[in-house]
Write a protein that binds this ligand. Structure first.
Ligand SMILES: Nc1ncnc2c1ncn2[C@@H]1O[C@H](COP(=O)(O)OP(=O)(O)OP(=O)(O)O)[C@@H](O)[C@H]1O
Length: 262
C-alpha cells in the first residue's frame, strides 16, 4: 500500500497477544488473544480497570510500543500495515495514525514552545517547511481546541494542565491522521474543554471518515462517537458491543460491567 491508498478497515486485530519483558524473567503477557475490527470512520472505546492492558494495546496498535514490549501472538493490520512486522512501513504507520499517549499532555517537552511542539510532526519529517503555512495551521488547530491567541509562543510550564492536554491533542491532529488512537484524551479537562475536544474529534470522524480508538472509561464518549465498546480484564476481552446497552459479556464479569456503566 502506498500513502494514497486506503485500507478498507482501519484496524483488523486478530488474536493479538502482547508481552512486556523487563530483561530478566520470562515475558509477561499483558494482552492475550484480542480480536476486533474497526471500520473506516468508526469508533472503538477501550474500557477496563487499571492494569487491564488498555494503554499497552493502544500504544502497540499505534506503532508506538516502547522498549521491552513485543507482539508475541496474532497480528493487527492498522491502516493496512502489520504492527507485528511493519518493516519500512513503520514510518507510514506513524503518519497515518495520530497517537496520544497517556502522559503526553503532562510531559510535553519543557524546552519547546507550544508552536514547536504542535508543529513537530511536520518539522521532523520534512527538510523544507513553509513556516508561514505551518504557523497558520498551528494557529487554526489551537483556536479549534479553545486555546487562547498567544498560546503558540508559550512554554509548557506557563500553561494549565488542561491547556497542556489540548496542546498534546493538537499535535496528534497535526498531520490529519486517518486514525486517532488516544489514551484518556479527556484527562485533566473541565466540562467545557471536554466538549471542545469531543467536537474536534467528532467533526473529523464525520467529515473526513477519521477512525477513532480511545481509551476512555466514560459513557458520554461512547454515545457521542457512536462507538463500539471493548472491555478488557487482565489482558483478555471480557465484553464487546455497539454502545454500552448492547454489550455482550463473558460470565463472571459483574465487576467489569459496573465499571462501564458508572
Ligand atoms: N514497561 C512495562 N514493563 C513491564 N510491565 C508493564 C510495563 N508497562 C505496563 N506493564 C504491565 O502491563 C499491564 C498492563 O498495563 P497497562 O498500562 O497497559 O494497563 P491499563 O489498562 O492501561 O492501566 P491504566 O488504566 O492504569 O493505565 C500491567 O500489569 C502493568 O503492570
Amino acid at each position: 500500500m502506498t500513502k494514497g491508498d486506503t485500507a478498507a478497515d482501519s484496524i483488523v486485530c486478530s488474536d493479538l497477544s502482547i508481552a512486556h519483558t523487563d530483561g530478566r524473567g520470562a515475558p509477561a503477557r499483558v494482552i492475550d488473544g484480542v480480536s476486533f475490527t474497526l471500520g473506516r470512520g468508526a469508533a472503538l472505546i477501550l474500557v477496563g480497570s487499571t492494569g487491564s492492558g488498555k494503554s499497552t494495546l493502544a500504544a502497540a496498535l499505534a506503532g508506538r510500543a516502547g522498549n521491552g514490549v513485543s507482539v508475541v501472538g496474532g497480528d493487527a493490520l492498522v491502516e493496512g500495515i502489520s504492527v507485528r512486522r511493519p518493516g519500512r512501513r513503520h514510518r507510514f504507520l506513524t503518519v497515518a495514525v495520530g497517537y496520544l499517549g497517556q502522559t503526553d499532555g503532562p510531559s510535553l517537552p519543557a524546552r519547546l514552545t507550544v508552536s514547536e511542539i504542535v508543529g513537530e510532526p511536520v518539522t521532523s519529517r520534512h527538510r523544507k517547511v513553509d513556516m508561514r503555512a505551518l504557523a497558520l495551521r498551528i494557529a487554526t488547530l489551537l483556536d479549534e481546541l479553545g486555546l487562547p491567541l498567544g498560546a503558540a509562543g508559550k512554554y509548557p510550564y506557563e500553561l494549565s494542565a488542561g491547556m497542556r492536554q489540548r496542546v498534546a491533542i493538537a499535535r496528534t491532529l497535526m498531520l490529519d491522521p486517518r486514525l486517532v488512537i488516544a489514551d484518556e484524551p479527556l484527562a485533566n479537562l473541565d466540562v467545557e474543554a471536554r466538549e471542545v475536544v469531543r467536537a474536534a474529534l467528532e467533526r473529523r470522524q464525520r467529515e473526513n471518515e477519521m477512525s477513532l480508538l480511545l481509551v476512555a472509561n466514560e459513557a458520554e464518549s461512547v454515545a457521542r462517537f457512536d462507538a463500539d465498546v471493548l472491555a478488557l480484564r487482565a489482558g483478555h476481552a471480557v465484553g464487546f458491543g455497539h454502545g454500552i446497552e448492547k454489550m455482550t459479556w463473558t460470565p463472571s464479569s459483574e465487576a467489569d460491567r459496573r465499571l462501564v456503566s458508572s
